[in-house]
Design a protein around this ligand. Structure first.
Ligand code: ADP
Length: 500
């Protein structure tokens, strides 16, 4: 397992289900990570910085050979979409659990994939398939397709090198910024231009391809709730996708995958316009963070499917013509303060209680007492709920969030509690800008009880203690009271409540 956190744990569990031994790599701060504790074997790969540890492709392949690992699962992030790494594995005779290096490279370039996908007859976001090498070319092309436009890095990912341009005056600055950001992030400053789609939804289709030419689509996920183009909440099915649309999107997704001879698990992302038209956005050549919502409504284990495909097994009939059963929602629990600009909140998890009961699944990479380091993505865990319909799934999410306790660090939990009270979210009226708009308008403020209520609780507690002391005849211990105060104060400051 060439990864860390919750996805390493997820894969180790699937391996154990299959009776396959597991080995995980770790960096210094991850020495006591949950994945290290759960895996059969664990090997230090380097210090904290990813480039010296989780991105050390050759060292990882060498380690795999040395310990006699048959295969490497890359998870998501780090080397998961690195065609060179997949090639290294192939050359070393270690199976890479994912698509071929060639399929990955074809989809890794947005320009290249747009060309291939157009040829395959799949609708793409209107715009160019050519490199914009000069400012003049950018100006000419923007005038041709009309504003607003989106500048994008061909090698892009994670929203980097992407710029929305609303009017001609802003193009020059955006063009330079997109190129330099792309160059710095990906070592490739190639940019191209797309038409900006107004208030679309992000809907994606999960696909699987085996080594014998069979490709199946497993339905869609609605991922429109994003903060700065990063997904925060995902669900399946989409509240607006009809069975006919699902059929069309799945057919398009299968065509896109076949266009590059795709194998293993992948995701074809679409933008769904308010008109009901959908356009290919990009393909992610790996397992996605949000894969559990598909698992919950199909009953499949996608990691197991990945392992089977990697071993050359055929996709059986159980993958054909699947329709979603019920409804699943996932919220991403980040160690961030959603009410102070989403600043990371590293530290020790002092207390942790996961919700339980019908329809609840926790995919966590942490445990009570674990240290959340500042070095990596701040996602701690994913909370996934299932219900027989969307309304039941929402109610179960509310129950789960009410039971959940994470203390010692700030998390995005209060934001989700507020979101569940939002009428647009409840009604499924989503678009990719909705969360940012609501946050900016202060519409998703945390439930806050007044400071007077806090004072009232403290006064009542003191009164209770004093009464107990009078009843038992023993005076209240001064030190005991003081430490109670100290503890309360400490907890408040650690939790970083919005009014502190
Ligand atoms: P990256 O690979 O950097 O994540 P994507 O191409 O997947 O970039 O786009 C990320 C997000 O940006 C999408 O989910 C969507 O919210 C928004 N987006 C991308 N392209 C467009 C577009 N042409 N019009 C409107 N929104 C877009």
């Amino acid at each position: 397992m060439a990864n860390r956190g919750e996805i390493a744990v997820r894969v180790i569990r699937a391996l154990r289900d299959e009776g396959i031994g597991s080995a995980v790599i770790y960096s210094d701060p991850d020495r006591q990570g949950l994945a290290v504790l759960l895996a059969d074997e664990a090997y230090r790969i380097g210090p904290a910085a990813s480039r010296d540890s989780y991105l050390q492709g050759p060292a990882i392949v060498e380690l795999a050979q040395r310990i006699g690992a048959d295969a490497i699962h890359p998870g998501y992030g780090f080397l998961a979409e690195n065609a060179e790494f997949a090639g290294l594995c192939q050359a070393a005779g270690v199976c890479f659990i994912g698509p071929s290096s060639a399929a990955m490279a074809a989809m890794g370039s947005k320009i290249e994939s747009r060309r291939l996908i157009t040829e395959a007859g799949v609708p793409i976001v209107p715009g160019g398939t050519d490199v914009l090498g000069t400012m003049d070319e950018a100006v000419a092309f923007a005038n041709e397709i009309g504003y607003p436009v989106m500048l994008k890095a061909s090698a892009g990912g994670g929203g980097k090198g992407m710029r929305l341009v609303l009017e001609p005056d802003a193009l020059e600055g955006a063009y330079r910024a997109a190129r330099s950001e792309a160059g710095a992030s990906f070592g490739d400053d190639t940019v191209y231009m797309e038409k900006y789609i107004e208030q679309p939804r992000h809907v994606e289709v999960q696909i699987l391809g085996d080594e014998h030419g069979k490709v199946v689509a497993l339905g869609e996920r609605e991922c429109s709730l994003q903060r700065r183009h990063q997904k925060v909440v995902e669900e399946s099915p989409s509240p607006v996708v009809t069975p006919e649309m699902r059929q069309q999107m799945c057919t398009a997704a299968v065509k896109a995958a076949q266009a590059v001879g795709y194998t293993n698990a992948g995701t074809v992302e679409f933008l769904l316009a308010t008109s009901g038209e959908f356009y290919f956005l990009e393909m992610n050549t790996r397992l996605q963070v949000e894969h559990p919502v598909t698992e919950m409504v199909t009953g499949l284990d996608l990691v197991r499917a990945q392992l089977d495909i990697a071993q050359g097994r055929r996709l059986g009939e159980e993958f054909d013509g699947l329709q979603p059963n019920g409804h699943a929602i996932e919220v991403r629990l980040y160690a961030e303060d959603p009410y102070h600009g989403f600043v990371p909140s590293p530290g020790r998890i002092e207390r942790l209680r996961w919700p339980e009961g019908p329809g609840i699944r926790n995919d966590a990479g942490v445990y009570e007492g674990a240290e959340v380091s500042i070095h990596y993505d701040p996602m701690l865990a994913k909370l996934i709920v299932w219900g027989s319909d969307r309304s039941q799934a929402m109610d179960r999410l509310a129950r789960a969030l009410a039971e959940l306790r994470i203390e010692g660090i700030c998390t995005t939990v209060p934001l989700f509690r507020a979101l569940l009270k939002d009428k647009d979210f409840r009604a499924g009226n989503l678009d990719i800008g909705m969360l940012d708009r609501k946050l900016a308008a202060g519409e998703l403020a945390p439930e806050r009880h007044s400071e007077f209520e806090d004072l009232a609780v403290i006064a009542a507690s003191l009164e209770h203690l004093a009464k107990q002391a009078r009843v038992s005849g023993s005076p209240v211990q001064q030190g005991g009271l003081r430490s109670q105060w100290r503890q309360t104060g400490r907890r408040e400051s650690l939790r970083g409540e919005p009014w502190s």
